[in-house]
Design a protein around this ligand. Sequence first.
Ligand code: URA
Length: 209
Amino acid sequence: MDGVTVINHPLVQHKLTIMRKKDTSTASFRRLLREISTLLCYEVTRDLELTRETIETPMTTIEAPVLEGKKLVFASILRAGNGLLEGMLELVPSARVCHIGVYRDHDTLEAVEYYFKAPESLAERLTIVVDPMLATGNSSIAAVEKLKERGARNLRFLCLLAAPEGVRNFQAAHPDVPIYTASIDSHLNDKGYIVPGLGDAGDRMYGTK
Ligand code: URA
């Protein structure tokens, strides 16, 4: 699919399989999500621009590569997005974090925001929006709308699993935002769950029902 990168790294695929199993415990699910999010973060940032900085090693002075531009922003869609944050922040500890509580009203189709806290100058930063499940796409579409309203121009969307329906809806709304995922699953069921999926990601990571 154009505009979608499926992260096929064997470690990602192996960990994802364990996460899908219905008998995987909350503790294991959470640990695997932290581990897999580090690997996903590695892939979603692999083409970041570098610049050069003069540094002194104990031996000599060199021009060495460092990341260019302002710090990255990781934008977590509450609540399941937070499960991806921890591992990503381990890899990029200087990243800024945005939290977005948003849903799409079923009747009006308007994006309803109940929480939004973001760093300054979104326009100058790469913003990576994270949510483990791209199902209908409604909340991700709404979250990206809100980020664009606040000035974000350079965005990527990272999830663990995507449904083809969600990918289509998201790309129709935000063709400028590339999607990164570990898998595009078969379909959505009539309750909006991804099949085969892994169930409710928030419930599985927090042990709720
Ligand atoms: N959200 C989830 O947590 N799981 C799904 O399958 C779909 C949406």
